[in-house]
Design a protein. Structure first.
Length: 94
């Protein structure tokens, strides 16, 4: 039976500040890049058979770290994208 790993994207500045991102192209911050590198390093010993990612920038960036470590190509899956949040974009959760 196959194992499916669900990996959340690394941290962004918007995550850190509590801002609502939705489908906005918010990149990983330095902490998020470290997180992505760590998960890629962990998976290097047991590389996945396939790699799918949301087309949202922060998810693609996280997936690319895994792809680089495992030799896989990232397949973008539009069905995994985040929703557009309209007027809520950039507002704070609190």
């Amino acid at each position: 039976m196959p194992t499916i790993l669900l990996i959340r994207h690394g941290e962004t500045d918007w995550n850190r500040s509590g801002q609502i991102m939705g489908d906005q192209p918010v990149p990983l911050n330095p902490t998020g890049r470290q997180q992505a590198a760590r998960v890629a390093s962990y998976l290097h010993a047991r590389p996945p058979a396939a790699l799918y990612s949301s087309p949202v920038a922060r998810a693609r960036e996280t997936a690319q770290y895994i792809a680089d470590a495992s030799g896989l190509l990232v397949t973008l899956a539009p069905g995994l994208t985040e929703i557009g949040v309209g007027a809520w974009r950039g507002r704070f959760w609190r």
